[in-house]
Design a protein around this ligand. Structure first.
Ligand SMILES: Cc1cc2nc3c(=O)[nH]c(=O)nc-3n(C[C@H](O)[C@H](O)[C@H](O)COP(=O)(O)O)c2cc1C
Length: 206
């Protein structure tokens, strides 16, 4: 199978052929594909359907250059035609909890459920609920990588950056928590084959 897909990959193919790519073909992202990759990642589940995950999509070489500086000068940030920063924003959720409740529940239930969710999280401080929100955004980050690969794109997950500098560059509030940064595009290098513990090493069957 060729590594640059022309038709959607199966989930198994996407998982098996995803690998970190740090050099990308110099061409803009297809915007329909980009939208569809984000849509697929937005289908990731969250506890109580709280949906605190947010995507900052950067396709601007000047801003990418500044993000690269914030990422200890890792060159994949400017090599990629797009960079998606995935973060969670629990304070936004608290302000808009009603939006997360299924509309089929009806007005009264929506109000009651949203109030219940709010009171759960208002008992925690900003950092505690931020940490909880991050566990949710991490799931979407995984979905995002596989959605991209499934549509024939490559990426590299990154946490090697200064979060405070990235917040400043993107104009994000202090409380947000980053799942990671994902340069994305088509591969211009092959990357490394998987090197992983085998299943026996990491699994216990009861
Ligand atoms: C949460 C996370 C953060 C990472 N941060 C970086 C990073 O800052 N820079 C980088 O070059 N690779 C980064 N990586 C990529 C890993 O080095 C890579 O996924 C790992 O070596 C396995 O290789 P593979 O992705 O090709 O399977 C990160 C991966 C993950 C999952």
């Amino acid at each position: 199978m060729t590594l640059t897909a022309t038709k959607p990959l199966s989930m198994t193919e996407a998982i098996e052929t995803r690998r970190s790519i740090r050099k990308f073909v110099q061409e803009p992202m297809n915007q329909d594909d980009l939208q569809d990759i984000l849509r697929l990642a937005s289908l990731a589940p969250t506890a109580n359907n709280v949906q605190p995950t947010r995507f900052a999509v950067i396709q601007n070489k000047e801003l990418q250059a500044r993000l690269q500086e914030a990422a200890y000068n890792q060159s994949q940030v400017t090599s990629a035609p797009a960079v998606i920063v995935v973060y969670s924003d629990m304070e936004d959720f608290l302000q808009t909890a009603e939006e997360t409740v299924h509309p089929g529940m009806g007005e009264e239930q929506i109000k009651t459920r949203a109030a219940g969710l709010r009171s759960n999280f208002e008992g925690q401080d900003v950092a505690q609920r931020g940490q909880w929100g991050l566990t949710q955004a991490n799931i979407a980050f995984g979905f995002l990588m596989l959605a991209a690969r499934g549509k024939g794109y490559d990426s590299v997950p990154m946490l090697g950056f200064d979060p405070e500098k990235v917040k400043e560059l993107l104009g994000l509030p202090q409380h947000v928590q980053f799942a990671g940064m994902l340069p994305i595009g088509h591969r211009a290098e092959e990357g490394f084959p998987h090197h992983r513990h085998n299943v026996e090493r990491i699994s216990t069957f009861y």
